[in-house]
Design a protein around this ligand. Sequence first.
Ligand code: 6R9
Length: 653
Amino acid sequence: MDNLESILSENRVFSPSPEFSDRARIGSRAAFDALVAEAERDFEGFWARLAREFVTWDTPFTQTLDDSNAPFFKWFADGRLNVSVNCIDRHLPAKADKTAIIGESDDGTVTHISYQELHDRVAKFANALKAQGIEKGDRVVIYLPMIPDATVAMLACARIGAIHSVVFGGFSAEALRDRINDTEAKLVITADGNMRGGKKVTLKGQVDKALEHGCPSVETVIMLEHLGGVPTGTSSAKEMTWAEAVDGQPAECEPVMVEAEHPLFILYTSGSTGKPKGIVHSSGGYLVNAAMTCSWVFDLNDDDVYWCTADVGWITGHTYVTYGPLALGVTQVVFEGVPTYPDGGRFWDMVERHKVSVFYTAPTAIRALMKLGDEVPNKYDLSSLRLLGTVGEPINPEAWVWYHQVIGGGRCPITDTWWQTETGAHAIAPIPGAIDLVPGSCTLPLPGIMADVVDDHGKKVPTESGGNLVIKRPWPSMLRTIWGDDERFKRTYFPDNLPGYYLAGDSARRDQDGYIWIMGRIDDVINVSGHRLGTMEVESALVAHPDVAEAAVVGRPHDVKGESIVAFVVVKGDRPQGDAAEAMVKTLRDWVTEQIGPIAKPDDIRFGDNLPKTRSGKIMRRLLRGIAKGEPPEGDTSTLENPAILEQLMGND
Ligand code: 6R9
């Protein structure tokens, strides 16, 4: 690490090594440029070719892109397929005995699931869902820990054309209830609980609470007896264990072939308003990009052991745990625990034991593990690694270089992948055998992804200037709509000022080589440990507390989490001070945990008599962001109605 400073100041370029490029799927800049040119020359032909290469169609499509009702684009619309067949059956019988999933639990128990076993488990569970009356198009909520059964549940839904909506196990009963009600799910799949970092987490209890508070659509709850528990719910929904549900079900289940546009899943993500958006993804187009990017960006091959550390509750766990890697028929690790249990060597120990070759994680995890010192990873044999990836937020060059040197031994390319719940799959990312890497940049858009940086009128901004990150043409795995809210979809992603462009919600700049540098969100979304949270969402939770009159939430830079949450709160009655303030902070932190989940818990809560507002009543968040960082207010404060409040919130009075 002695040369870290010099590397950073050199702004060094890391070119692909000949050893890597020689065996890579796309092994040179020329090969990459040829793909870019192909997509530009014959956009639809390019995607049609890839759709045929990466997906097995039951009925081949004849039309590639239908843009007649833009921005409600359709891809491969007259084609039919089944996603679970693409992820399992098409690998059989050739890969019947190949390990699909290496599951490792918190306590270190390891299970291997072959492609044949995966098939049988998915078929049985799909039959179980059918037995509970689930049909094509019905919504099923999955609220499970990060265990192979979550993947089984997702694929079982896909097998019968049911639309799953996975809710992250860290979300509270309230958040779960909102998602169940928004999707009007008929069935909920959960577990009694699980172990994380040696601690027990209950899931079924949250489902019970959600149902008690009213989820009229839910008819059935299936509970995996992961910790040996029994269902104890008191709602009117029918309850059964996973074992009961699959008891006697055959290990064959005829797949339901669906239209390419049939929704595969709904996944909620945060936006600018208090209500999370149900992002709808298609079956055909989604799978094309999921499989293609696993092949191009992760360069996955038959002999790879791949590990993505994301939870299935997030889009990364959908595309890069369940769908992409299984579509390619590779072996992957699924880990239930946390990186620091039993100690900070857990990830590296697992890389050594399972001989992981391609590893994908988030900058927040890299920064946290980097803090523990090089001696931790240095104890392990990491020589199986050949490619490293990151996702979720910009990676700072220091963490990038550490990941490259200490984890990757200087030999593994790092693919910094920019994408979103909405894009479905990687959109801007280096193709590792072809593209020179520069720490901190996600480099170039993938061939076929027409990303650019434009001003508020859609005009390309000059090199090195910041602007809106947009994608100028549709792509197969783009979101199709917001569940139940087409208008919001149009307004949010295809605003009138940008003609036909998809607005990502990030700001970015392009350098002289055309490399893209993500600068951050342009909306009120903050990124805590790679998880998107709307400031309005946290504010709505806070003001829902009976003692709170008003609240404003901002992000503050944090060296491990990327950003942390700071809340400015006005309570009803007198501003709490001393012990009363401390007690109120605890109450409100617990409250937010209950309303949304632990990830939304503010790190810092400050009380004021009021909030800094303009004369027209708008909260001046710019000032609050400065105060949160401990910086004296700068810039124009003349429009402020109540300047004295700044001193109070800074803690100076
Ligand atoms: C996949 C995922 C999307 C937002 C996105 C951006 C940020 C993701 C990034 C990145 C810089 C990267 N983001 N990857 N920023 N570099 N490589 O994270 O989806 O949870 O929807 O978040 O995350 O701000 O707009 P999602």
